[in-house]
Structures are given as C-alpha cells and as structure tokens.
Design a protein around this ligand. Sequence first.
Ligand code: U2F
Length: 572
Amino acid sequence: RQAAFRTDLSVLLDQVGTGKESLSFMKRRIHRLAQQWATAANRLDTKLGQRWRDQKKILVHVGFLTEESGDVFSPKVLKGGPLGEMVQWADILTALHVLGHNLKISMSVKELQGFLGVPPGRGSCPLIGPLPFDLIYTDYHGLQQMKQHMGLSLKKHKCHIRVIDTFGTEPAYNHEEYATLHGYRTNWGYWNLNARQYMTMFPHTPDNSFMGFVSEELNETEKRSIQQSKVNNMAVVYGKEASMWKQGKEGFLQILHRYMEVHGTVYYETQRPPEVPAFVKNHGLLPQHELQQLLRKAKLFIGFGFPYEGPAPLEAIANGCIFLQPKFQPPHSSLNHEFFRGKPTSREVSSQHPYAEQYIGRPHVMTVDYNNSLEFDSAIREIMRSKVEPYLPYEYTCEGMLERVHAYIQNQNFCTPEPPFIPANLSRQGSAGGSRITGPLFVALPNSTTLGWASNVTAPPAWPPLSSLRLLVSQEGQSCVDACQSAGLICEPAHFLFINNKEALRGLQVQCEVVDSEINHILPAFSVVRRECGLQREPLLFSCAGHSPKYRRLCPCRDFRRGQVALCRDCL
Ligand code: U2F
C-alpha cells in the first residue's frame, strides 16, 4: 500500500496513552508542534511529487518508559530530570505518523507481547511464524526485553529492528566476539546489529544513522519581532537541575553577572536551591513553551558543561540566542569521564555540545576555555555587541526530519541477504607499485557496482547510491570520520563494501608487499612503513570511527546535502 501524508494528529495523541508525566509531556509537545508538522508534511509532499512510498507496518516499543525497565525518567519529568529522550520519542512518533505509516505503540512488556503475538508470561517463548511488522523502533532496554520475550526468534527478525541510541554505538563495541576479545566492554553493546541500525540524537559517528528530533521554527514575522524585543544584557543559564550548577561555577557566573542579568530555569520544591547564587533570577522549571518565550527575549544561552548534547541549545539558537559553551581540553570520553563510562563509543566530546560547535559555530555558537577568565570575559562582551538572527539547521526542522526518516524507511534494508562477501582476490605478492601517497587522494573506481562482490552475482542497488562515493586515504592515526570531514565530505559506512578490495588499493597506488584479510575494525588500511595492506573480513566491523597510529585507512566518503548530512545529493 501507498503511504499518504497525515496532517491530523488526533489519532496519534490517543495512541500515546495516559497516566504518566512522561506521556503527558510528549503529548503536550506533539499537540504544540502540530501546525509545524502539518506545514512540513505539505511541503515534503510537494517536493517528493508523485513518488511511491510504501506504507510500512511499524511497532514503536519505548523500552526506557516501561515499568519493567524501572522507568526512572517519568517521575523526574517535572523535577528537572532529562527530557531530551522524551523530546526525541515524541518527534519520532509524530514523524512516523505524519509520513502515513501503520503505527502501533507499546510502552509495556505486556503490550509488546500482544503486538508480537507471543504468549504472555515469562520465559523466552519464541515467536512462531512471520514478524507482524516491517520495522520495530526501540531502545537498548526494549531490545533486552525483546530478547527475553522473543527468545531465539529475535535473531531471525533482528534486521527489522532500529535502536534509538542517544550517544551512539561504534562497530567495535557492537560486535560481540570482537568487543569481548579486544576490550571494548560496555554495559550496552554486543548485539551484532549492522551499526546503521542504531539511530542517534545528533550526527555523532556516521557509523550509525542519524535520527535527530525537531526544534521550533520561526516564521519571518516572528523573526523580526524577536529581533526587536531582544534584551542585550539578558542571559539564560542552561541547567534545569541544581546539581548542574555545582562546583567551580562561581567564578565565571560572577564575570557574567558583571555584564548581564542572569536568569535560570532550575527546578526547586519549596526553597531556592543553594547552588544558585542570589543574583540569579530563577523561574523554576518551565513548561517548554514558556522556556521558548524566555529564550526569545534573551541574548545569551550559557552552558556550564552538563548536560551533554541536549536539545536545549538548538532551541536557544532557533530563538535568536548565542550559545556560549565550554571547550573540553582534553575531550571527554568513555575513557576519562564518568558520564560516558560504559557507553559503547570512544567518541571524543570536544565541548558540551559538539554538534553546535562543529555544525553551527560562530556567530551562533561560541566555544571557549572557561578556565581562561580573559577569554571568557571578552566572549561575553562580544556577545553583547553582536547581532545574530535566529537559526535552525534544516535537519532539525520538521520537514528535514520527515525527509530523512522517509529516506531511511524507503531505502535502508538490512534484511536482504548480502551477496557472498569476498574480500578481493588475495595474494601474497605486491599489488601495483607507484608513487607514495602524501595527502588525501580520490580515485574513480572502475565498474564500482561489482567491486567486492563475487563477479557472478549482481549487487542490489546500493543506498546511498554509489554515485556519491569518493575514496580517500586517511593520515596515519586518523579515523575515516576525520579524514572525510577534512575533505568536506562525510564517511559512509555503506560504501566500505565497495572499497574493501585490491582494486581500490591498486587505484590508490598503494605499495603492498602483503595483502591480508583480517578481522580488525580499522581495516581496510595499510602500513606505509611495513608495506602491509589489510582488508576487512568481517563486514559488521566496517567502521568510520576506527583509527590506529601506524595505519592509513581507506575511507569511503560521500557528499551530503547542505543542512541534511544524513543524505547524499542523489539519496532522495
Ligand atoms: C540531555 O538531556 P536533557 O533533557 O537534560 O537536555 P536539555 O537540553 O536540558 O533539555 C531537554 C528539553 O528540556 C526542555 C527543553 C528541551 O527540549 O525545551 N526544558 C523545559 O521544558 N523546561 C525548562 O525549564 C528547561 C528545559 C540529553 F538530551 C539526554 O539525551 C542526555 O541523557 C542528557 C545528559 O547528557 O542530556
């Protein structure tokens, strides 16, 4: 069946259910943004023209909100607890509904069992017969619950699953055996999914798919009226929980207060939290629409380093604030910071909000060293002088999210068995000789649709299409994420399959005395000194994120649309 865009959200609102603050928060949000979604749906409908869109049967199982997972989030909704996840789930549900799919929503194990048709009760009674859904969106908690209650059949059906995973999962952590053997141990990984089945809140590592969420968009009239009502010396502090104001914040709060009136939205029960200085005008935790109003007046939205990578800075920037945030030197990661410890990624977080830093930047975002009071002081003065327009990257608009989710649903397929994976014709003797490679290099791959496949099988149409592929060599120790980025491109894990072969090495004129095929997440790569080349033997370990000091990596980069990094030019 063909999917038809929906602009009426009342059926969705009924489906979400009641009885918990988290659900009420999500429903208020869905209701408040209804008009924006409807406008976006109409625009995308026109943009896609008569394109056929399959209507999919989709189950959304929100694991972290189930009682069975302990649901620690719901009781904190009105007390300053994390709301980012609820923002994202509300938007995912809305996007799937608006795109016209056949949606079922489950927030308990009982509902999950009902929808999957497995008999209730504990134990891993396997689901017999076909899966009644084309796609299942869940999270790590939900995945665990499905494992418990679908038993062996989870293995059979897991290609249909998408895991909403805020901070991302890198391939080395996802591969059970590899992670166990090589010390990529975490609380979460080990599911042996295709890493693109994990969907993140921001485009962290391109190894995962970028799901995102939306932020409110202003029309031209609103933008103009905001410009007029901005209060030049008004700052709002990012941090709705008192603990975020603790320790070492007094120094720069004092500097800030020298120039600006400081506002906060810190949750409190009866008394003002002692962590919040008396000169701060604390509004208490605000409903989302009231926070937006406050941000419309403010000139500055200032982060103290936590929470990491939340939605609020995008909302502030969309309302014409400048976001000032601390640079992390050294970067925070699962290796050196408690918050990230046990998360299945070694991504280095360079500031409180790396997306704001790298994808938006000045004049909307300023990332400075807070330990340097001169630098901090001059940033505040610069902010008060400058005039900045409200800005929202396209990928965080309703239309951008619909476009991206539409493209994933219609094109990503992890179920069709891949043709036999043959890592090229291995030989012990060197490939073509040639000049040494010194910088980034692009080669056109001959006959690229058949590269990496046995010659007697036809490859399924690749998505993203191969027209977007640019092969590049990283520097020693550099990841493909960084190598592609420094060439103005993005690493595309789906393309690894086509560059993991001797033809690619030859095309790059790499001098190999040995070409081996191994299981290692930095492959394909080569060592310049030892003239050793390695191809990847385990497709699940193709990784944009991997890097190793002695190796230069072969990187499959691709182009991307401005403001929509998830999609290449020919991806729609
Ligand atoms: C992030 O979690 P948070 O939920 O703490 O992220 P924030 O950026 O603070 O805010 C999320 C929403 O809270 C709303 C605001 C944002 O959409 O509009 N809000 C509000 O309604 N009233 C207020 O007074 C202040 C804010 C991240 F999203 C999570 O994934 C992480 O787990 C967490 C820790 O890093 O950070």
